[in-house]
Design a protein around this ligand. Sequence first.
Ligand code: WQD
Length: 370
Amino acid sequence: MAASNQKTILVTGGAGFIGSHTVVELLQQDYNVVIVDDLSNSSPIAIDRIRQIVGSQRADNLVFYQINVLNAEALGKVFEDHDIFAIIHFAGFKAVGESTQKPLEYYWNNVTGLMTTANVARAHGVKRIIFSSSATVYGEPAFIPITEDCPMAKTTNPYGETKAMCERILTDLFRADDEYSVVLLRYFNPIGAHESGLIGEDPAGIPNNLLPYVSQVAVGKLKEIHVFGNDYPTPDGTGVRDYIHVVDLARGHVAALRWLEGTVGTGTVEDAASLVGPTDEEGLRHGVAVFNLGTGTGTSVLQIIHAFEEACGHELPYVIDPRRPGDIAENYAACDKARTEMGWVAEYDIKRMCEDSWRWQSQNPNGFEG
Ligand code: WQD
């Protein structure tokens, strides 16, 4: 580690899609970063690419351990060897459809993984956790645009349940001990890639999500896009979502750190899910702060396809299939709170998201494995 005067952030799952982009932003803000990742759903090449993006000097501030967060002993050694200021917890399985087939694996890996991480952290006096949550916790939202006041609903899958459970666990940790500082970041639909084209989304097998599927059709790996339903009550009948550039999302995590550090916002986070805690003598904030990370704009499946055609320069074949079970018609964020309280707003539009996604996919037709 070179920058000893800077805070050290532990990023679990830091070799993954959102994790790797967040690590780049943290290093570029001169934080020290420790990545813990078991590489079960990511590649060690992503770590090399992070170093390539940030340059050798900042790469010295990055350490990587191939560890599963369920391995409490190995994780404890990381806390012994590094003075961790805060944890950003991404580690977890994230395929909605797969979670309905493998509920035990998802509850074990995602919920026990979080609890193990929090337990080991507490044993080393670390009580600042930024958690990778999801708009899935809103289930079929009571209203849109969705604010942080929108009630958490029964989610439609075990993956979503694990996110809701982890939010409740972290909230109860603060209720029992006001030394905890928790930020729950509810992502909408992360897409895109770093502008260098060196890192991006690299799903294993056939992609479940729209964007990686579209980009693999564009690069010729898959034959045609399957549009899951065009009879929804939306402008063009296809599903509408709030797509957010993964780099905007990554910067939202840096903003969350700044919020914990007390250097942005007023600390007032009145909403149904947040709990305001004390600010300590160092000005550091405690409590539970919930933020939606989205753009506030809904985009349909057909709009995504047309935007990607512009980005890749050729038409993309698609067929209309029946609706996918569990899908909702429309979902997009109200993200005023992140703007006013964290000073964070998504900058990039759909055009830029598709251009950056295409650059990554065309330069890496088979993802990190070349
Ligand atoms: C988007 C739209 C589909 C694939 C999920 C998780 C959520 C978050 C993001 C983790 C929908 C349509 C999709 C395809 C299609 N993940 N679609 N053809 O379902 O909004 O959200 O991923 O946090 O938690 O729930 O994303 O990309 O699967 O679907 O027509 O091949 O694209 O019907 O309207 P989703 P998605």
